[in-house]
Design a protein. Structure first.
Length: 302
């Protein structure tokens, strides 16, 4: 699931997390035409909001143990991993991403924080567009989505969380905000059209985009290690999201974010390969493999 949701049956006898601030009212279960205060929030909406939170994507960040710098460094992400273009659409996607990189390389240069902000405002688009279009296709076909939508929307949320983290450390200028607005608008519409006509190319492009993201965050790390950037304390939002130690630093956050980008790289290349192989039923393949394992175990026990 994208978010950890507490079952409603468990919430019936639990006071909301914000009950300290809102202890003297009972939320209305029905719509209020003059809703302006917290006391007018429908009960089910209030419980859902209070019992949900963004979840990281990698399993390493979801355990009980808080991660240290050493453990973050040890994450196996395949820093130099690259998927060689094999078809015309692959080469098109690769060259398109290399062209898109010219803007941050030329304009932002060594402004690593602003590069990260620009990157995440773009990187958060593909998952949302892909998830939305597959959602609409599922509705049109009156069929299951075969395991794609939930991952794509989680990817979009994960990239948005990256942006929220960096915004705690940066105040973009008015000009940079306009640049972000324009770039996002152009990219959203362009990617929407690309995904509509060729989902395989769109996912391949996203895979190459994430390859470049891994490279960019590696340069970010090198700048910190070389003393070009101060290694200050990590924002609280990053410590909570990634389950880091209280004394975590910006360098730890960069390591965690880079690991996320590596996951998105591998996932999108995999999606593109599945479309090319006409094997889009991910859930079906997983169930078939589980059935095969069960049969093998049953055979051994005889």
């Amino acid at each position: 699931m994208i978010r950890a949701i507490v079952p409603r049956s468990l919430l019936r006898n639990v006071r909301p997390a914000s009950s300290i601030l809102m202890a003297n009212y009972r939320p209305s279960r029905y719509y209020q035409t003059t809703s302006t205060t917290a006391s007018d929030i429908p009960e089910d909406l209030l419980y859902e909001i209070q019992s949900t939170h963004p979840r990281p994507m990698r399993s390493e960040f979801m355990g009980d143990k808080k991660l240290s710098s050493v453990e973050l460094e040890a994450l196996d992400i395949g820093i130099d991993k690259h998927r060689e273009p094999k078809s015309f659409s692959d080469r098109f996607a690769y060259r398109l991403v290399k062209t898109l990189r010219l803007l941050p390389d030329t304009y932002f240069r060594n402004d690593y924080y602003m590069r990260a902000v620009m990157l995440e405002t773009i990187a958060a688009v593909p998952g949302m567009v892909g998830g939305m279009l597959r959602h609409m296709r599922s509705l049109r076909r009156l069929s299951e989505d075969q395991g794609w939508i939930i991952h794509l929307l989680h990817e979009a949320e994960n990239e948005r969380m990256h942006l929220m983290v960096w915004m705690k450390l940066l105040r973009p200028s008015f000009l940079n905000r306009l640049l972000v607005l324009g770039a996002q608008g152009i990219f959203f519409n362009s990617y929407f059209m690309l995904y509509t006509f060729s989902p395989k190319t769109a996912h391949r492009m996203c895979g190459y985009l994430e390859e470049e993201a891994v490279i960019s965050y590696t340069h970010f790390l090198n700048a910190i290690d070389n003393g070009e950037l101060p290694n200050g304390p990590a924002p609280e939002i990053a410590i909570e999201y990634y389950n880091l130690l209280p004394q975590a630093t910006v360098r730890d956050v960069v390591l965690a974010v880079r690991a996320d980008e590596a996951l998105h790289r591998d996932a999108n290349h995999h999606f593109s390969d599945r479309i090319a192989a006409k094997r889009e039923d991910i859930v079906g393949d997983i169930l078939a493999e589980q059935h095969k394992v069960k049969n093998a175990e049953a055979t051994k026990s005889l």
